[in-house]
Design a binder for this molecule. Structure first.
Ligand code: SIN
Length: 273
């Protein structure tokens, strides 16, 4: 197995591993812990292999809002048809940050890719935190942010193309409002990292609206420095897994007129402190 870092910040490409082989798992798990984003190239996997691989990391968290893959309720379909204009996950986000115990990570399998584009971008939230000034880190360390699913998956979002086309649904289940520290300690590595994101974080508690908006805007601009990012260029058959407590991600929607089909399995996490 060859493990090749994608950038100096985060991400690695893994060549020659097979997610179906239990004997490859320890090395894959170590690479995941080290790089936060791993791209397992050329996997010959079926939905059942995808699930078994995910379950080696922990129990699966079934997404309430994504249309599931037929016959596999634990696998969410991430689909953009060739006549659709909006992609799922176009905004920078952390999956399930609206949950009390946000997901450990997600595993995305590419089934059909457009002839170009459809990449996924990632940001290291550990690097983003570590490169803030000491006074700013101290200030953020005592703060709590509110995250919600309501404005993204609730009734107000139901006139979106994704909802009307049936890719997203179950709006009545979008009732999650949770509080997480603005800076978390990663439950496995112990590394400190920012835990706010532009899609699901609504505000920082105890600040005025103007203060919260300005602070989040500053932090988001800081996070988006290219030095903290990596970009995954997919081929059908690839599988990418990301550490949801250490990264943001975003789907690049630059392939109108072509179909892109992915399957996603998300793994349960723990409450964050
Ligand atoms: C997601 O946000 O989970 C989907 C990312 C992608 O489709 O690249």
């Amino acid at each position: 197995m060859e493990i090749l870092p994608l950038t100096g910040g985060l991400g690695a490409e893994i060549i020659g591993a097979d997610i179906r082989r239990q004997t490859d798992f320890n090395e894959i798990q170590d690479a995941f812990a080290k790089y936060s984003v791993i791209v397992l190239r050329e996997q010959n996997a079926e939905p059942a292999d995808h699930l078994t691989f995910a379950q080696r990391f922990g129990p699966v968290n079934i997404n309430r809002f994504f249309k599931p893959v037929e016959g596999h309720p634990e696998i969410a379909m991430v689909l953009k048809e060739k006549d659709q204009t909006a992609a799922v996950g176009e905004g920078w986000h952390t999956d399930h940050s609206y949950d009390q115990a946000p997901a450990l990570g997600s595993i995305l399998r590419a089934l059909e890719m457009p002839p170009y584009g459809g990449d996924t971008l990632f940001v290291s939230m550990g690097m983003a935190y570590e490169t803030l000034s000491t006074p700013m880190r101290k200030f953020l360390d005592g703060l709590t942010a509110v995250h919600s699913s309501r404005h993204v998956f609730g009734a107000s979002a139901m006139d979106s193309e994704a909802a009307k086309s049936g890719r997203l649904g179950n709006a009545e289940a979008a009732t999650q409002d949770v509080r997480h520290p603005v800076v978390i300690t990663h439950p496995i590595s112990g590394r400190r990292g920012l835990f706010v994101n532009p899609v699901f974080t609504t505000h920082i508690e105890d600040l005025s609206t103007a203060e919260s908006d300005a602070l989040l805007e500053m932090l988001y601009a800081h996070c988006l420095q290219p030095e903290f990012q990596c970009r995954v260029r997919w081929k059908a058959g690839d599988i990418t897994m990301w550490d949801n407590r250490a990264t943001w991600h975003k789907a690049i929607n630059d392939y109108n007129g072509f179909r892109r089909l992915m399957h996603r399995v998300t793994i349960e996490g723990v409450p964050l402190t």
